[in-house]
Design a protein around this ligand. Structure first.
Ligand code: DGL
Length: 258
């Protein structure tokens, strides 16, 4: 296949999926696109968001010449996967909360779902819980504040540990809870801070490796990686440069939307 694997998110969250892709497909060319002008997605209205995601992904797919689009955003995937697949000519791999592996992994059957406000309430998410975690007690917790903390961390600033502790606090009222699903791609970037803020040891489960496995199935032979991958943004943001460079991406170009 020609063209890179294009990873899309509202912001830097997709870089957690980039890390998983690099592990599984070390030689594959990757490109990155984010809609930083409209981040965060997790608090936006559904109808508007679908149109926005279609416009940004269409522009990014065409600018990157990618062979596959990875929607590395649970908020976008739980809403717009069908619309994207209907519109784009390339295969689309989505990211949805890892409810099934978490339900299988938990010993107590008490599982937390940490995601954006949009994702915790989406019919898609509720269906995943009904289908794959029927016997479990799932505590759904909106933690939009963590999105901004992950952005800060990737852009070189220390996250606010109090904000992280407060965001997680409601999880701990269930003393049996032993597994937490990171249902937003921004959150694995804060893994060490989440562990530090937790009052006891729990398993943190994200979708990164499952997505990387799926991409490996979809693209038989990805284009080989030659130097830093292209990156695309929807608003100039000098602080993103260093974060993208740390994950192997070149200076971002501005995407032009129709
Ligand atoms: N990284 C995105 C996700 O996985 C959401 C961040 C946002 O709210 O923009 O849901």
């Amino acid at each position: 296949m020609t063209g890179p694997v294009l990873v899309f998110d509202s912001g830097v969250g997709g870089l957690s999926v980039v890390a998983a892709l690099r592990e599984r497909l070390p030689g594959a060319a990757l490109a990155y696109a984010c809609d930083n002008a409209m981040m965060p997605y997790g608090i936006r209205e559904d109808g508007w968001l679908v149109q926005r995601i279609l416009a940004v992904c269409e522009a990014a797919v065409s600018a990157s010449g990618c062979c596959v689009l990875v929607v590395a955003c649970n908020t976008a995937s739980t809403l717009a996967l069908d619309a994207l697949r209907g519109r784009l000519a390339v295969p689309v791999v989505g990211t949805v909360p890892a409810i099934k592996p978490a339900a299988q992994f938990s010993r107590t059957g008490h599982v937390g779902l940490l995601a954006t406000s949009a994702t915790v309430g989406r019919p898609y998410t509720l269906r995943l819980i009904r289908e794959f975690a029927a016997g479990c007690r799932i505590t759904r917790l909106a933690a939009d504040a963590l999105v901004g903390e992950a952005e800060r961390w990737v852009c070189g600033e220390a996250p606010d540990r109090d904000v992280i502790r407060e965001a997680l606090a409601p999880l701990w009222s269930d003393s049996e809870l032993d597994t937490v699903v990171l249902g937003c791609t921004h959150f694995p970037l804060l893994h060490d801070f989440l562990v530090e803020a937790a009052p006891r040891g729990v398993a943190w489960i994200d979708s990164g490796d499952a997505i990387a496995r799926r991409v490996a199935q979809v693209i038989a032979g990805p284009a080989p990686c030659r130097g830093p991958g292209e990156s695309f943004v929807t608003a100039p943001e000098p602080r993103l440069r260093a974060g993208l460079a740390a994950f192997g991406f070149a200076e971002p170009s501005l995407l032009h939307l129709d």
